[in-house]
Design a protein. Structure first.
Length: 212
């Protein structure tokens, strides 16, 4: 049924798998976390040198600024998988909410049926064009899904190392980049959900664009 199809779309292609619960992903992330644990003593040493250089070689970072950064870098690196899991759950919930609150399967099904029956009465060319457009849309969503998941895996694998960069003011932009990249990747599925809702409402529901 259309309701099942929309539910499948929302729970698969317009969602992100719970990678934080995948054992292999956990192993990859753990390797990165071990790198952080091994190298964090070096980070603390560099932070100490930065503090010692305060008021001499630099006037930007005092001990009051460095200490919170060191703590934030360590905590963010070690909790990155947990935080990413919460973010994925939130993005999936938003996508489901967008689809569920804006698309009435019964109404859409009736509107699509009326559209297709109207075209069958007048010829099949337009019906073929609509079918082709829907096929292209599904293929685009599928390709975007594959790329999005690959990017998410890479970001999760590198999360501990990149978020460790919060520890120093000189490397903190790298950590900020990770947050922006991860948020942007999750935002894609939410944008696709809005696009699907807009397309269906514009072309198949009353008050939208007339197709004939």
């Amino acid at each position: 049924s259309l309701k099942d199809a929309l539910g499948f779309l929302g729970s698969t292609l317009l969602a992100t798998p719970k990678l934080d619960e995948v054992p292999v992903m956990g192993e990859i992330w753990e390797h990165s976390r071990q790198i952080v644990l091994i190298s964090y003593s070096l980070v603390v040493t560099i932070a100490g040198l930065v503090v010692l250089a305060y008021q001499t070689l630099q006037t930007r970072a005092s001990i009051k600024e460095i200490l919170p950064r060191v703590a934030i870098g360590f905590v963010a690196a070690n909790l990155s998988m947990l935080l990413a899991g919460y973010a994925i759950d939130l993005a999936n919930a938003l996508s489901q909410a967008i689809l569920g609150s804006n698309l009435d399967p019964d109404q859409i099904g009736q509107s699509m049926t009326d559209t297709f029956m109207h075209d069958i009465d007048g010829g099949t060319i337009f019906l073929l064009l609509i079918a082709l457009a829907l096929l292209v849309m599904v293929v685009v969503v599928l390709l975007t899904y594959v790329v999005r998941i690959m990017i998410t895996i890479v970001l999760l694998a590198a999360a501990p190392v990149l978020l460790m960069c919060h520890a120093l003011p000189h490397t903190e932009p790298i950590a900020f980049w990770w947050w922006k990249a991860f948020a942007g990747t999750l935002a894609i599925q939410i944008g696709q959900s809005f696009a699907l809702v807009a397309a269906v409402k514009l072309f198949f529901l009353p008050g939208g664009i007339a197709l004939f």
